[in-house]
Design a binder for this molecule. Structure first.
Ligand SMILES: *Cc1c(COP(=O)(O)O)cnc(C)c1O
Length: 458
């Protein structure tokens, strides 16, 4: 039987962790979890303040999710989706269509969010070659700066987080990029209140000029999470839908992070009454239990891929574990919990509590901005509050605050200078209050330490 020391050693030396500098990496091994609490191999408990990276919805170890998975396990663990299917995946597709914005009628399953985006980009590209009349010149995509759509080469090509993607730029395809509507740091000469209109005007101008070479616009509805919880102004998503429709380009909504209740509605697009042409889901789709993602498509897109086998209109794309029945069973159970426990109905009260809990943070001297949408929040730490001057990323100030929170029993993971709060929707009031208290103290402590660096001897 391996010991704790073995696991630590293997985790440190043999596992290559995602988005992690392995030099100096200190293992944190989670052995079990229950509700919103994670337990490490030493028995330390941590509140899961970011839903195990934006995935978990109803808490860990939920009896109904566990039962759905183990029940499916007694039937079959995996079936390919190449030319065949399985009952849970079929039912899940039907139920997603029922719940999604009207018009999204077909579901292509993959395993991870990046794969759902990748599929959407390739569908959009192929659509224009097969639609009648074909418009094969429509090959480029429009994306927003600081967008994040995953780490495969296609999804990174439409991504815009420089620190993640710059290294791979020579491998990526060219994309039109537009500044996002950022109210905290508006473009020069633009008022915060006008950033949405300004960004839409730029989109309009680009599409007016180049739509005949553009396949689609990809957007993270309502919030660009990985950009540092950049919350778009109300109406922006609707504005993008209007512009894309007017100029005849597809709209791809990447709801991998904001979907599945996170923004307050099951689908984020519902908030603005928008039906995109393609919609990507991931992360919380299975309640955050198993890897599964989905690309939803409208009837016209699906139709463009129909034809005799010899016409080669088939979508030649797919992943081995797409439509996995265990994952589909978990996703169905998650939808059942949404309905049975009236999860969405319970959210406004929690969203409000989160908003009230964030208020005192905004007054702290190193907090520049606090942004929230539904159960998603970002707290941006700044060196100079008045001038909105960021800390240099090398200082790892967000990480310093999260290290302190961890020692106080709250697990958070920052995005540069932005501390992210994205607790499971099942978080209890008392747990949410504790996360906010711990975070507030952590930020105060970091502010103190930056103002008066401790000497090494103390
Ligand atoms: C996390 C994320 C992805 C990528 O999903 P993976 O499952 O990590 O591949 C794509 N888009 C958005 C908006 C995300 O937040």
């Amino acid at each position: 039987m391996p010991t704790d020391a073995d696991w630590r050693e293997w985790d440190r030396r043999r596992v290559w962790h995602a988005f992690t500098q392995m030099q100096g990496y200190e293992p944190l091994l989670i052995e079990r979890a229950s509700g919103c609490t994670l337990y490490d191999i030493d028995g330390n408990a941590y509140l899961d303040g970011v839903s195990s990276l934006w995935c978990n919805v109803h808490g860990h170890g939920h009896p109904r999710l566990n039962a759905a998975i183990t029940d499916q396990l007694t039937r079959v663990a995996h079936v390919t989706s190449l030319g065949m299917g399985n009952p849970p995946a079929a039912e899940l597709a039907a139920r997603l269509v029922e719940r999604a914005p009207a018009g999204l009628e077909h579901v292509f399953f993959s395993g991870d969010g990046a794969c759902a985006v990748e599929a959407a980009l390739k569908m959009a590209f192929q659509y224009w070659r097969q639609v009648n009349p074909a418009m094969p010149r429509k090959t480029r995509f429009v994306a927003f700066e600081d967008a994040y759509h995953g780490d495969t080469l296609g999804s990174a090509s439409v991504g815009g987080v420089e620190r993640f993607h710059a290294m791979f730029r020579p491998l990526l395809f060219e994309t039109h990029r537009l500044p996002p509507p950022d109210r905290y740091r508006p473009p020069t000469g633009i008022e915060a209140a006008d950033v949405g209109r300004d960004a839409l005007d730029r989109l309009d101008a680009l599409l007016a000029e180049q739509a005949d070479g553009i396949a689609g616009v990809i957007i993270e509805p309502l919030v660009q999470c990985a950009a540092g919880i950049l919350v778009h102004p109300d109406g922006f998503l609707r504005g993008v839908r209007e512009r894309t429709r007017r100029h005849g380009v597809l709209m791809i909504a990447d709801e991998v992070a904001v979907g599945m209740g996170r923004a307050g509605t099951l689908f984020a697009c519902e908030r603005e009454g928008v039906t995109p042409d393609l919609l990507c889901l991931g992360k919380g789709l299975t309640g955050g239990y198993l890897p599964m993602s989905a690309t939803m498509a409208t009837g016209p897109i699906w139709d463009a891929f129909l034809g005799a086998y010899s016409e080669s209109k088939t979508f030649y794309h797919g992943h081995t574990f797409a439509g996995n029945p265990l994952a589909a069973a978990a996703a169905l159970a998650s939808l059942d919990i949404f309905d049975g426990d009236r999860v969405l109905e319970s959210l406004p009260q929690k969203v409000e509590r989160l908003a009230r809990g964030l208020e005192p943070l905004a007054d702290l001297p190193i907090v520049g901005d606090v942004r929230q949408c539904g159960m998603i929040a970002g707290i941006e730490l700044v060196r100079d509050k008045a001038r909105r001057e960021p800390f240099p990323w090398e200082m790892r100030v967000g990480g310093m605050a999260c290290d302190r929170a961890l020692r106080a029993g709250v697990w958070l993971r920052p995005l540069g200078n932005v501390i992210v709060l994205m607790p499971p929707l099942a978080i209890r009031d008392s747990e949410l209050d504790r996360i906010l208290d711990v975070l507030r103290q952590a930020i105060i402590d970091v502010g103190g330490e930056l103002a008066h660096p401790r000497s090494e001897s103390r």
